[in-house]
Design a protein. Structure first.
Length: 120
C-alpha cells in the first residue's frame, strides 16, 4: 500500500499540495491526469523518494515495487519508450520473453520430437 498523509509541497511561491491525503491499495489501478504544473511529476517524485514533502508523510509498504518512467527523454539513452518500459518491468519482461520463446518452439513442427522437453 502507498499512503500520502496530509502532504504539503511548495515549489518556489507556488503551492502544489495543501494537506493532501490519498492511498493506493494492492492491486488498485489509478489514472493521474491534470494540466502542466499541477504537481503530477512532483507527486511521483515524492512517492519514489526522489523528493520529500514539505509537510506530512509518504509511506510505501515494505516489499512494494514502484516502476516510474520519467518524462525526461534525456534519461532514455536512445531507447524507445516501449523498450524503456519493458526494461523497467524486471522479472515480468523476462518471463514474457521466455513465454514467447516457448510458444514459438511449441508452434514449430520441427520441434515436435522435443515437445516434452519444451513443456517442462
Amino acid at each position: 500500500m502507498i499512503r500520502l498523509e496530509n502532504i504539503g509541497k511548495q515549489n518556489g511561491r507556488q503551492l502544489v499540495f495543501i494537506e493532501a491525503s490519498a492511498s493506493l491499495q494492492k492491486g488498485e489501478k489509478i489514472g493521474l491526469v491534470g494540466p502542466n504544473g499541477a504537481g503530477k511529476t512532483t507527486l511521483f517524485r515524492m512517492i519514489t523518494g526522489q523528493e520529500q514533502p514539505d509537510e506530512g508523510q509518504v509511506q510505501v509498504d515494505r516489499g512494494v515495487t514502484i516502476g516510474y518512467f520519467s518524462q525526461d527523454v534525456g534519461d532514455m539513452a536512445g531507447h524507445s519508450a516501449v523498450a524503456e518500459v519493458m526494461n523497467g518491468a524486471g522479472p515480468v519482461s523476462e518471463v514474457a520473453a521466455e513465454m514467447a520463446e516457448l510458444e514459438a518452439a511449441m508452434a514449430d513442427p520441427d520441434q515436435a520430437d522435443r515437445m516434452d522437453e519444451i513443456i517442462e
